[in-house]
Design a protein around this ligand. Structure first.
Ligand code: 6GU
Length: 229
């Protein structure tokens, strides 16, 4: 999978993309990530990328031209399955959306800033708009890190234990059951007996029961959505 990210703040990706799962996905050649500085595609001598909004109002708006130039340079080289704009008014990111995007070959991710981007970009270039939740971030960069992590970790061969992503919370609309490790007892706090029993069938049933109980208590709407599937 190839990911091209357009941003005014390329440095924001240095930490997140150079560690843990995102690093491993790249090292294993499961993903290639390219970061593009939108400012480099501005044709005027001050390299401006934003301007005042037509009709007035607070804040600056990102201009169409540098973004168009950057995306054109990319689409000339290869086809893209999706050109995603990260914005708080996009479709909410869910595990189902992550799964779907993880199957794509090439995608572009555009990070916005300032008050927004010229609507003509959204209408004529963008194929999909995504939000990571109902709160406002200063820009799309942190959301892009969330999106990229959630996609790359489910690519086959990225996680060591292949079943590990499949048993994630949300993959079956259930929250994960509690987990424990050694010691079996710490200051009187004990690990549930059944996990020490060695009876795989009973342990599986217990985990399922715990997952359902936790989902019922914390996110009952997930169970209701399950029934309508
Ligand atoms: Cl994708 N962008 C911004 N700026 N804020 C957000 C968001 C995205 N998702 C939730 N809040």
């Amino acid at each position: 999978m190839r990911l091209d990210i357009l941003t005014l703040f390329p440095e924001m990706f240095i930490g997140p993309f150079d560690h843990s799962i995102i690093k491993r996905a790249q090292e294993k050649n499961k993903a290639e990530i390219f970061i593009h500085q939108i400012r480099d595609y501005s044709k005027n001598k001050h390299k401006t990328v934003d301007d005042y909004p037509y009709g007035g109002g607070a804040g600056m708006v990102m201009q169409i031209e540098p973004i168009y130039n950057c995306i054109s340079a990319l689409t000339k080289e290869r086809n893209y399955d999706d050109i995603i704009f990260l914005t708080p008014d996009g479709d909410i990111l869910t595990q189902a959306v992550c799964n779907e995007i993880s199957l794509k070959e090439n995608i572009i991710i555009l990070c916005g800033h300032y008050k927004g981007i010229d609507e003509r970009i959204r209408n004529s270039i963008i194929t999909r708009e995504i939000s990571i939740g109902d709160y406002v971030l200063s820009g799309g960069e942190l959301a892009a890190c969330v999106l990229v992590d959630s996609i790359l970790r489910i690519l086959p061969g990225v996680l060591n234990d292949e079943t590990s992503a499949l048993s994630d919370s949300f993959q079956n609309n259930l929250l994960s059951p509690p987990v424990y490790t050694r010691p079996a007892e710490f200051k009187g706090l004990k690990v549930p007996e059944i996990l020490l029993s060695g009876d795989d069938k009973k342990i599986y049933a217990w985990k399922m029961e715990q997952a359902i109980a936790r989902t019922q208590k914390r996110r009952p709407e997930l169970l209701i959505n399950n029934e309508s599937d």
